[in-house]
Design a protein around this ligand. Structure first.
Ligand SMILES: Nc1ncnc2c1ncn2[C@@H]1O[C@H](COP(=O)(O)OP(=O)(O)OP(=O)(O)O)[C@@H](O)[C@H]1O
Ligand SMILES: [Mg+2]
Length: 495
């Protein structure tokens, strides 16, 4: 629980704020004058201090000097004082916010809620400051550190670009007047990288040149702050842009989660059908073995040998069933950490889970496996294999092909694992081959396909395994016959 100290001489205001915070689950200590605030600050540490500026026995802002580290103990000013210069100076000293008291405190309370949410936000945001002035960098640090930001400084454009590529940043502040490259060129370079298109860049400059400012926005700058800047404006803009980016990413994550669930459900539906199909045989075997045994027993013909043989077969069938069930259960459990597993064994599972649909359609799988261990999310890769196998099966279903084959080859090369899954169903039409990995791209009717199979597969290979997946149409010969089909190639770095 966070500890909050309220320093406010009006009993009424002090109590309203304290009650509001207690309702939110904070532990509050209330003091009413300067002296007791100093005393209590020497003895205890607080996460947040809500501070009135005018106290009967002293000036509230002098208390800031009694606080050791503004990164650990944050200060919010609550005051009736609207003096601009003091306000700016306090922001300069690292206060989190400056709230003007209104009549019924409703605005102040609302602001407090916002600030608390900001402090509670466990994720610290990383800010890259590209600026050659030591003074400005120090100033920015003193503003951002108390607000839970992590600051990295680059003194040249080159250094900044390097740090950006090698790190993970949520926002960049960029000075225009840099010693090596002009800021607007740095901006252009940043925005030429696809992954930085959504990265907020706040440009800081002393310029009055309206052409330059227009250029900055055109080149993808998010905001412009003129030097010498107002500290409060700077702090608020950083808060605003990081918040915006966070929301944006949460939205994308949410969408991806939904898609991945949909795709999993589709695969699961097929697997379930397959399991039911596959369970029929062992189940009927178990029943007939058991009733056969009963029968012999009734006619007193049951020998120990016969009983043992039958029970052994029953056990085998039951074990086989339970294995398939476990596999299915694992599939829909979340795969939260990577493991090392045998690639050909994973393919065996994929075959087992799709078997019935392949067998009765006369599709033969021809494998050529090297002995390869992969470090990754096995259940996710299983899903990728099943997606690709199912696609080939669907394609065979749409065409008249006499001999249907799926060739699966795995091999190691230059520290990469290669997996090729190739069919002879005729290939993907050239005018859509570029689009097959797009989400919701499908050539199937609504109940046959949703078009997320390959999209999800690409996400799994690229985002979770740092690999690549692509497809090509190939002409090749097998047993002296020329075939044509799609070849899906997956490339994953070893470890
Ligand atoms: N082996 C293949 N041969 C020919 N076309 C293919 C092959 N695999 C995929 N495609 C084409 O790529 C499209 C996209 O495949 P994807 O797996 O993403 O979606 P889908 O199979 O249509 O639907 P879903 O997998 O979501 O049920 C397919 O609709 C099909 O047109
Ligand atoms: Mg598919």
């Amino acid at each position: 629980m966070k500890k909050i100290l309220i320093v406010e001489d009006s009993k009424v205001v002090n109590n309203i704020v304290a009650n509001e915070l207690k309702l939110l689950g904070y532990s509050c200590t209330q003091v009413y004058n300067f002296i007791s605030a100093v005393e209590i600050l020497n003895k205890n540490k607080y996460d947040l201090i809500i501070l009135d500026l005018h106290l009967p026995d002293g000036e509230g802002y002098e208390l800031i000097h009694n606080i050791q580290s503004l990164s650990d103990t944050k200060v919010v000013i609550l005051t009736g004082n609207t003096e601009k210069q003091l306000r700016e100076e306090l922001f300069h000293h690292g206060i989190l916010d400056y709230i003007i008291k209104d009549k019924n405190l409703s605005y102040a309370i609302q602001e407090l809620h916002k600030i608390l949410a900001h402090i509670e936000d466990v994720k610290t945001h990383n800010i890259l400051v590209i600026d050659d002035s030591t003074f400005i960098c120090k100033q920015i640090e003193s503003i951002l550190l108390p607000r839970n930001y992590k600051v990295t400084i680059a003194k040249t454009g080159k250094d900044g670009l390097e740090k950006l590529v090698n790190g993970r940043f949520d926002l960049v502040t960029l000075d225009m007047e840099l010693p090596d490259i002009h800021g607007s060129d740095v901006l252009e370079e940043i925005k030429s990288h696809k992954e930085f298109i959504d990265l907020p860049v706040i440009v800081i400059s002393g310029t009055n040149d309206s052409d330059l400012i227009r250029k900055i926005y055109k080149k993808g700058g998010s905001d412009f702050i003129r030097k010498p800047f107002i500290v409060e404006e700077f702090a608020l803009k950083v808060d605003l842009w990081t918040d915006y980016r966070k929301k944006h990413y949460e939205e994308i994550e949410q969408k991806d989660l939904l898609l991945s669930q949909q795709s999993k459900m589709a695969t699961m539906g097929e697997m379930l059908e397959n399991i039911i199909h596959q369970s029929k045989q062992p189940l009927s075997l178990i029943t007939s073995l058991a009733s056969g045994t009963l029968m012999k027993q009734e006619f007193n013909q049951l020998t120990t040998e016969y009983l043992e043989k039958n029970l052994e077969q029953i056990i085998q069938s039951a074990l086989h069933l339970s294995e398939t069930m476990t596999m299915f259960r694992n599939f829909y459990k979340k795969n939260s950490f990577k493991t090392t597993f045998d690639l050909s064994e994973l393919f065996m599972k994929a075959f087992q889970l799709t078997e019935s649909k392949f067998h009765n359609r006369g599709i033969a799988t021809i494998t050529n496996f090297e002995d390869i261990k992969v470090y990754g999310f096995d259940i996710e890769l299983l899903q990728v294999f099943i997606n690709i196998l199912n696609n080939a099966r669907d394609e065979f279903g749409r065409k008249q092909i006499e001999k249907k084959y799926i060739f699966i080859t795995t091999y190691l090369q230059d520290n990469f694992v290669y997996i090729s899954i190739k069919d002879n169903a005729g290939g993907i039409p050239e005018d859509i081959i570029e689009k097959v990995f797009d989400s919701h791209f499908t050539t199937k009717s609504e109940d046959e396909g949703t078009g997320i199979g390959l999209y999800m597969s690409k996400e799994i290979i690229e985002k979770h395994h740092e690999g690549e997946i692509f497809c090509v149409n190939e002409n090749y010969s097998y047993e002296d016959v020329i075939y044509r089909g799609a070849n899906f190639i997956i490339k994953i770095p070893l470890n």
